[in-house]
Design a protein around this ligand. Structure first.
Ligand SMILES: [Zn+2]
Length: 344
C-alpha cells in the first residue's frame, strides 16, 4: 500500500524518493544523548540514503526515471546532500551491475571478478542531480573511458535502461585492457614526442628514416593506435562475446543496435576479426597535431594499411583473450554465428 503510494508520488514528484532519508534526519538525538542513540541515528541516516539510491536505480531500470527527474530532484537537495546521494547512487549502480554479471557465470562473471575488488573509485556516474551552474567536461557524452585518468564515466539518464549493462561491460573492458594501459604512457611521452616532431620538420616520409628512428616512430604510432582504434577493437570484440553469451543465458534482452551490428558478421568469422573489419572503415584518422605533419600522417596511414590487410595485428592482452576464449562464450558465439548465417 505504502509502496504503491510512494510510486505514484514519485511519478508526480521525484523528490518523494528522498522521504525516508529526510525523515531520518528529523530524528537527530540531543547533543547529550548516549553514544548508542547517536549510532542508531547514523544507521537510520545511512539506510535512508541507501534506500533512496536503490529506489532511483530501480525506477531507472523500469524506465521510470528521466533526465527531468534528476533535474527536479537536484532542486530539492543541498549541495552536500547531492554529493552524498551521487556517491551512493554510483555505488548502487556499480554493485547491481556486478551482481547481474556474476549471476550466470561465464565470461561475464569472470569480468565481474576481475573488476570487482577495488575499482569502484574509478567509476563515475555523471550528468545527474546537477543544478545548472555545475559544469562537467564530459557532459556531452553518455559514457566513456577517460584514457588519461583511467576512469569510467556513464550518464545513466542518457542511456536506455536496456542498454545499461552492456555499455557498462564495454567501459569496464577498457579498464582491464592491459595493452591500452601500456599504450597510454608511451603516447604521452613528451620527450619521445618532441624528438619525433623534430624529425618531422626535416623528413616527411617514414621510409626515409634511419632504422632506429623508424622504430621510435612506429613505437609511438602503435601506442596512438592502441589507444584509439585498437582499444575499441579489443573492447568491442569482447563486448560482442559477452552479449552473445548473455543472450544465450538470459542476462541480456535483445538489443536492436547490437543485433544490427552483428548481422554483418560472416559465418565462422572470429569476433576479433569481425570487430576490426567493422570498426576500421568507421574510424577516421586524426588530423590534429602531430598528425597535421606528413611524417606522422603517412606513418599512421602505412600502419593502418598493414592492419586492414592483415600484415599487422591488433594485439590483445591476456586478460581480454581469456574472456574471449571462455568456453561458454565460445559455445554461444558459434551458436549465434549459425543464426547469423540466415538472412535477416
Ligand atoms: Zn569504447
Amino acid at each position: 500500500m505504502a509502496t504503491l503510494m510512494d510510486a505514484q508520488q514519485a511519478q508526480a514528484n521525484p523528490c518523494s524518493v528522498l522521504g525516508t532519508w529526510k525523515r531520518a534526519r528529523t530524528t537527530m538525538p540531543a547533543q547529550s544523548a548516549p553514544i548508542a542513540e547517536w549510532s542508531a541515528y547514523q544507521g537510520r541516516l545511512s539506510r535512508g540514503l541507501v534506500s533512496t539510491a536503490q529506489m532511483i536505480q530501480k525506477r531507472y531500470m523500469n524506465g521510470a526515471w528521466m533526465e527531468t527527474s534528476s533535474k527536479a530532484l537536484a532542486q530539492c537537495m543541498s549541495a552536500t546532500e547531492r554529493e552524498d546521494l551521487s556517491y551512493e547512487v554510483q555505488a548502487v549502480f556499480w554493485e547491481d551491475s556486478l551482481a547481474r554479471l556474476s549471476k550466470s557465470g561465464g565470461a561475464k562473471a569472470a569480468l565481474a571478478q576481475i573488476i570487482g575488488d577495488s575499482k569502484f573509485q574509478l567509476f563515475r556516474l555523471v550528468g545527474h542531480f546537477k543544478v545548472d551552474s555545475d559544469q562537467d567536461e564530459l557532459e556531452d557524452q553518455r559514457a566513456g573511458f577517460h584514457r588519461g585518468r583511467r576512469s569510467i564515466f556513464m550518464d545513466f539518464t542518457q542511456i536506455e535502461p536496456n542498454d545499461w549493462l552492456l555499455i557498462f561491460v564495454h567501459e569496464i573492458l577498457h579498464e582491464v585492457d592491459s595493452v591500452l594501459r601500456d599504450a597510454v604512457p608511451v603516447f604521452g611521452d613528451l620527450q619521445l614526442r618532441s624528438y619525433l616532431e623534430k624529425l618531422a620538420r626535416k623528413i616527411q616520409n617514414p621510409i626515409s628514416l634511419s632504422g632506429a628512428d623508424r622504430a621510435q616512430l612506429d613505437r609511438w604510432l602503435e601506442a596512438a593506435l592502441n589507444r584509439g582504434l585498437g582499444a575499441e577493437v579489443r573492447a568491442w570484440a569482447v563486448t560482442f562475446a559477452i552479449y552473445l553469451e548473455g543472450r544465450a543465458d538470459g542476462t541480456f534482452n535483445k538489443i536492436e543496435w547490437m543485433e544490427s551490428i552483428l548481422s554483418h558478421r560472416s559465418p565462422h568469422e572470429s569476433l576479433q576479426r569481425f570487430a576490426l573489419r567493422y570498426l576500421d572503415p568507421r574510424f577516421a584518422d586524426s588530423d590534429k597535431s602531430p598528425f597535421d605533419q606528413a611524417l606522422f600522417a603517412t606513418g599512421l596511414k602505412l600502419m593502418r594499411v598493414g592492419i586492414t590487410h592483415g600484415s599487422t595485428e591488433i594485439k590483445f592482452g591476456p586478460e581480454l583473450l581469456n574472456l574471449l576464449s571462455n568456453p561458454i562464450s565460445e559455445a554461444s558465439s558459434s551458436a549465434s554465428s549459425t543464426k547469423l548465417r540466415q538472412p535477416r
